[in-house]
Design a protein around this ligand. Structure first.
Ligand code: MG
Length: 397
């Protein structure tokens, strides 16, 4: 930079709301899934992955600590702080928590906008550098009218002067926290966004280009729209298959799909010989066209001897996530005369779903004998066949 001075940028993610308008009162909306991940996790991912942000401060409701831990797992974040009675009070709590770090610039963002792009976040930082206070704005395409309480149209507003305003809103940190503290001292708690508060405090607020995809998820219809956006984006559907076989040896249980099933024999082989998880791992790698389990975890490598096979499936699942994709469905068929798999079907589904980070409704387990034919029919071992359906972003090779 020309000044030779690198501004330190922080972001406050406001996630303390109760979100009653989104329906489903059991979980606040920011912890409901959008495209397979909670809304807050998506929002955190957008900011954690954006260049130039030194500190990420989340403001949560005190009752949501456990939900937050799951949403924030794996991200490098400051410890969350509890919000206040209003959005404004929650933002102030986040700003106060950042005081020890003294950032130069702070972005304030609502957790309910999970689709903010890296380009939008970069524009916000640039605009704060230039203007000291700036907000993303979009031209309004609908005609907007002022309507009286009785439903009577009062006037038609000049659309050319109107803008729909989003977050992240970006500010020089010190003037913004000073304005927030002043508003709190003077009992003003009714500002619906930080720009309104900044305007009240006498700061000049500029605008920069918002993003039509940066929608605020408020109503159940917004969730449906967000899901549709995800499906459109993840439209490159791929299917992979995997097969595995392990032989019986002396023992008293087998492990299939991560579940211990008592039996008169055990399965022998590399790692824990989890024939189900091995077939599923190859199915996921197959859908990615990304080698096979033996290529990633060579049997010659002693570190995998006796290893719990959940790590193999988790590895493949992480490869899907790393390419911006998600798993739509896993389907596993176990072929053996014994033990009986049927009684354990739902335990296997739950176990596989947990390992893969999926809803159990996206995991199928089926079992069959081979009518006493072949090696499975003779009780020499167990075979597993798996299919994985994954969705990748368009533009992938
Ligand atoms: Mg195997």
């Amino acid at each position: 930079m020309a000044s030779g001075f690198e501004e330190k940028v922080a972001a406050v993610i406001v996630a303390a709301g109760r979100g009653s308008r989104a329906g489903a009162a059991d979980v606040p909306k920011q912890y409901r899934p959008v495209g397979g991940e909670t809304m807050l996790r998506r929002t955190l991912a957008a900011f954690a992955g954006a260049p130039g942000i030194a500190w990420l401060q989340t403001v949560i409701h005190a009752d949501d600590a456990a939900l937050y831990r799951a949403a924030a797992e794996g991200f490098d974040l400051l410890p969350p702080v509890s919000g206040g009675a209003t959005r404004q009070a929650s933002v102030l709590a986040g700003l106060e928590a950042l005081a020890a770090h003294a950032p130069d610039i702070v972005l304030i963002h609502d957790a309910a906008r999970p689709f903010a792009s890296a380009a939008l976040i970069a524009r916000a930082i640039d605009a704060a550098r230039t203007s000291g206070a700036a907000i993303p704005a979009l031209a309004v395409t609908d005609t907007i009218k002022r309507v009286a309480a009785g439903g009577q149209v009062g006037e038609t507003l000049d659309r050319g002067q109107l803008r729909a305003v989003q977050t992240p809103q970006a500010f020089a940190y010190q003037p913004l926290i000073a304005a927030h503290r002043k508003a709190a001292r003077e009992g003003r708690a009714d500002f619906t966004d930080d720009a309104a508060l900044a305007e009240w405090a006498g700061l000049a607020v500029a605008t920069f280009d918002g993003e039509s995809g940066n929608i605020k998820i408020t109503n159940p219809e917004d969730f449906m729209r967000a899901e549709a956006m995800q499906m459109t984006q993840l439209g490159d559907v791929r299917i992979g298959s995997g097969i595995d076989v392990h032989a019986f040896a002396p023992g008293d249980h087998v492990i299939i799909g991560g579940v211990r099933i008592p039996h008169t024999q055990a399965l022998t082989g590399h790692s824990d010989a989890d024939v189900g998880l091995h077939a599923l791992t190859d199915a996921v790698l197959g859908a990615l066209a990304d080698g096979d389990i033996g290529a990633h975890f060579p049997p010659s490598d002693p570190q995998w001897r006796g290893a719990s096979s959940d790590r193999f499936l988790k590895f493949a699942v992480d490869r899907v996530a790393a390419r911006g994709g998600r798993i739509a469905h896993l389907d596993l068929t176990i072929v053996c005369e014994a033990p009986k798999i049927g009684p354990h079907r739902d335990a296997l589904r739950a176990s596989i779903a947990r390992i893969a980070g999926l809803d159990i409704g996206r995991v199928a387990v089926k079992a069959t004998t081979s009518e006493r034919l072949g090696f499975t029919g003779r009780g020499e071992g167990i075979a597993a066949y798996a299919t994985a359906t994954i969705r990748l972003p368009w533009g992938e090779i």
